[in-house]
Write a protein that binds this ligand. Structure first.
Ligand SMILES: [Cu+2]
Length: 114
């Protein structure tokens, strides 16, 4: 009787772990996605937002773009193998706008230069 219980438990465990494997894969892929928020100056309306979105979506690894001219921010969802920061800045410039670097980054750079 005990042996039957152990066998059943073993079967149950292998069964569940196999069933969960594909889900683990999906979760890992999701964790690799990276969110990025850019401060972008110059956008004044929805058309501007559309232009920035269109340019950025042409880049490698850009999954989603949400631009807001009211907040002067562009949110980007990137996959693991994505375009460089320089390429992203360049795409924003191509759309006619500018990426404004936040003060925190400037401070870090100053400290590094010293
Ligand atoms: Cu506009």
């Amino acid at each position: 009787m005990k042996l039957m219980t152990i066998l059943f438990a073993a079967l149950f465990l292998t069964g569940t772990s196999a069933a969960f494997d594909p889900f683990d894969g999906d979760e890992k892929d999701k964790k690799k996605d990276k969110k990025m928020v850019l401060n972008v100056s110059g956008m004044v309306c929805g058309v501007c937002e559309g232009n920035v979105t269109k340019e950025l979506k042409e880049l490698k690894g850009v999954k989603e773009v949400k631009a807001s001219h009211e907040k002067n921010k562009v949110k980007i969802l990137l996959s693991a193998d994505h375009a460089s920061d320089e390429q992203i800045s360049e795409a924003v410039k191509n759309a006619g706008f500018e990426v404004v670097k936040d003060d925190k980054k400037k401070e870090k750079k100053k400290k590094k230069d010293r």
